[in-house]
Design a protein around this ligand. Sequence first.
Ligand SMILES: Nc1ccn([C@@H]2O[C@H](COP(=O)(O)O)[C@@H](O)[C@H]2O)c(=O)n1
Ligand SMILES: C[C@@]1(CO)OP(=O)(O)OP(=O)(O)OC[C@H]1O
Length: 160
Amino acid sequence: MTNFRIGFGYDVHQLREAYDFWLGGIKLEHEKGAVGHSDADVLIHVICDALLGAADLRDIGYHFSDKDPKYKGIDSKILLREVMELIREKGYEVGNIDTTVCLEMPKVNPHIPAIKECLADVMNLDQGQISVKATTTEKLGFVGREEGVSAYCVALIYQK
Ligand SMILES: Nc1ccn([C@@H]2O[C@H](COP(=O)(O)O)[C@@H](O)[C@H]2O)c(=O)n1
Ligand SMILES: C[C@@]1(CO)OP(=O)(O)OP(=O)(O)OC[C@H]1O
């Protein structure tokens, strides 16, 4: 019987002027960008956490410490590739992932095709296995005040 497992990821990054805004592996043009030890790509970070959680492999900070200078400014696509290797080493394949980005501005929808193409390439999956959605928080909370961006991801993995 196929061994199915699910995982969940959640992450937040501050938004500040003079920072780049990486989301799902692509750079958005916006007056603010995300702050982090890495490139602060919140969408990739939640995908990593959902996959690691599904495989019972702890979390992103456990594998890539934010105290380690090796990861300062690192392209999160490199981290996602490593996470895919870790779960495949354990015999897992990805069924699908579903993500939601919580962001007041800018609009994510126009970028979703490029994000899916990029993530499918990094993860070696079909674009149909990767869902990316976005919502504002109706001007409420830190997202609504444009102080930060958050994201959620659920992942289904399986071992044949
Ligand atoms: N940063 C965002 C936020 C939302 N969207 C899209 O707009 C729709 C309406 O947003 P609500 O917060 O009012 O539900 C949402 O369903 C997304 O399709 C977006 O592209 N980028
Ligand atoms: C990715 C890492 C490592 O560079 O740094 P951040 O960009 O700060 O991201 P976060 O989601 O807070 O946690 C994981 C970190 O260890």
